[in-house]
Unconditional design. Structure first.
Length: 183
């Protein structure tokens, strides 16, 4: 943890950790890749994750698209982590700005991703600020979605294996998230 971090605690020894830092260095079982519906990792954090994970990640994503078609906004799929030191990667498709109901759709994407992590019995997962990069959703909208989604998920799924949720942010985005998320 660094000076740009804080922890919100929840019943059942659950923690929601918000920190400015590199998602690829998070001490978790899985990371969330902010993906597009076609799982093509052409820019932003998705491109960095794909480059670090290696070609097996791209091959897995291509295979998923061949099998099932595009991933709808608000949903996610799981792949292996390639060369990255995680058990898997959850590719979550958040909304683009001006697509409508951005906060609701980000919250849906977060909950869907948490359900996938629970299905894999992972206990710790790290998210980026979904849709705030090249999809242009404001930091405040994303922060409000996380503020709603994480507690709602743990309230609804009290037996979930997911005990720790990290939100890994760019340093410039941290103050906006802190203002909304810090208890």
């Amino acid at each position: 943890m660094n000076e740009q971090s804080f922890i919100n605690t929840f019943p059942g020894d659950r923690q929601f950790i918000v920190a400015a830092g590199d998602i690829l260095a998070a001490p978790v079982d899985a990371i969330v890749n902010p993906a597009n519906s076609g799982l093509s990792h052409g820019g932003g954090l998705a491109a960095i994750i794909a480059r670090e994970a290696g070609t097996t990640l791209e091959d897995e994503c291509d295979s998923i698209i061949e099998r099932q078609g595009q991933v709808p906004v608000g949903q996610a799929v799981v792949t292996g982590a390639g060369r990255l030191p995680f058990k898997g990667i959850i590719h979550a498709v958040g909304p683009r700005m001006n697509s409508g109901n951005e906060m609701k759709m980000i919250a849906r994407t977060v909950i869907y991703s948490l359900k996938l992590a629970d299905q894999k019995r992972w206990s710790a997962i790290a998210f980026p600020a979904i849709s705030t990069g090249i999809f242009n959703v404001p930091v405040e909208t994303c922060a409000k979605a996380f503020k709603k989604a994480v507690p709602l998920y743990w309230e609804k799924y009290q037996d979930s294996s997911v005990k720790t949720v990290w939100l890994c942010l760019m340093p410039d985005d941290f103050p906006g998230f802190e203002k909304i998320l810090k208890d």
